[in-house]
Ligand binder design. Structure first.
Ligand SMILES: C[S@@+](CC[C@H](N)C(=O)[O-])C[C@H]1O[C@@H](n2cnc3c(N)ncnc32)[C@H](O)[C@@H]1O
Length: 340
């Protein structure tokens, strides 16, 4: 076999135990084991560059994870996101819509030190309704931290904090290496922020300790504007924002995507969700620090996915109801004809 490759300009001695370079030669004989062809269908030859990490998909399976929520991201996509974000040993990573923390779990596998924030107090304290069918109540120790412990990554866990993303609290000069997130689309969970429609509303000092703030609609458009503005400010130059963005497939062009002058879109791929909807996995890289103007409101029109989603859903339901009514009416007439 070595002789067959003697035409290659590789002059060094063969060292099978501690090689400097490894070449792989693979013959493909199809998938029927008991009658392979005489010659392989295909052969592959290449130099080993790096091992894959597919085993992590099984290791991080949601089936065996201590704490999950209804919107936990599956490990394959979470790992993909951390990879796209170029998380590496020592990276500081934030998920500002952290939920059950699946994206943070993936980021720790690449060496990230992880922070998360979420508006949902019950979720962060592992007190929402259990997501597993046969589980009646949550265990006392279910939490994002418990997941980190399960995977021996507690040392990479910075913390998760209750925070409304519309009013972030980070120091202005704080910089992350990556922001990885899946914001709410308003379909399975609401897009809300803290606020009230009442004018001049003030909470009296004596009520503050037990006050639960009211919420108002945040809206997809504002969420993505805030997310890009936040990333433009709080990523280091060269740092990455990786996030999902829902679209209607018929409306999709790059023009419908959120954008910011300091963030370059370096990758954009699609996951189909239904006949009409999909979501794009967007990766932005920060190219420079923003000017004061660029941190303020900037003109970008983002369609309200939620509004159109419910309009289309209502139309589809109406169509289905009409079709079903027609089938019932046809059956009735057929039966009448048979009887007469
Ligand atoms: C799609 S889920 C994220 C799921 C998460 N990736 C996981 O694996 O569990 C979106 C999250 O955003 C949170 N959220 C909604 N509005 C928010 C706001 N204004 N500020 C911060 N978090 C918010 C929700 O509570 C929810 O946990």
């Amino acid at each position: 076999m070595f002789k067959a490759f003697s035409y290659l300009p590789v002059d060094g001695p063969v060292d099978l135990k501690t090689p400097d370079v490894t070449f792989q030669y693979i013959e493909y004989y199809g998938i029927i084991p008991h009658c392979p062809p005489e010659q392989p269908y295909e052969v592959f030859f290449g130099r080993w560059v790096a091992s894959g990490l597919r085993q992590l998909i099984k290791k991080l399976s949601l089936k065996t994870r201590k704490f999950i929520g209804n919107t936990s991201m599956d490990p394959q996509l979470s790992l993909l996101m951390a990879n796209q974000a170029k998380v590496t040993d020592g990276s500081l990573v934030l998920d500002p819509f952290v939920g059950s923390g699946s994206l943070l779990v993936a980021a720790t596998q690449f060496g990230g030190y992880v922070w998360g924030t979420d508006i949902d107090y019950l979720m962060l304290h592992g007190r929402t309704r259990p997501s597993r069918i046969h589980q009646k109540t949550r265990d006392r120790d279910e939490s994002v931290r418990a997941n980190m412990k399960q995977y021996n990554m507690e040392h990479r866990y910075m913390d998760v904090l209750v925070n409304d993303f519309a009013t972030p609290f980070w120091r202005e000069d704080f910089r992350f290496d990556a922001v990885i997130t899946d914001p709410p689309y308003g379909i399975r969970e609401a897009t809300e922020r803290v606020g009230t429609k009442k004018e001049g509303y003030e909470v009296k000092a004596e009520h503050l300790p037990t006050h639960i703030p009211a919420k108002i609609e945040y809206g997809i458009s504002n969420i993505y504007k805030d997310l890009l503005r936040f990333s433009a400010r709080h990523l280091r130059v060269g740092g990455r924002l990786v996030c999902w963005f829902p679209v209607f497939r018929e409306d999709y062009t790059e023009n419908v995507l959120p954008h910011h002058p300091c963030l370059e879109l370096v990758s954009n791929s699609e996951q189909t969700l239904s006949k009409v909807t999909s979501r794009r996995l967007l990766t932005f890289e920060k190219t420079r620090e923003p000017t004061e103007d660029e941190l303020d409101e900037y003109p970008v029109d983002i369609m309200d996915f939620r509004e159109k989603y419910f309009v289309i859903r209502e139309e589809t339901r109406k169509e289905r109801r009409m079709k079903e009514a027609k089938i019932r009416e046809d059956d009735r007439l057929r039966n009448l004809n048979k009887q007469s």
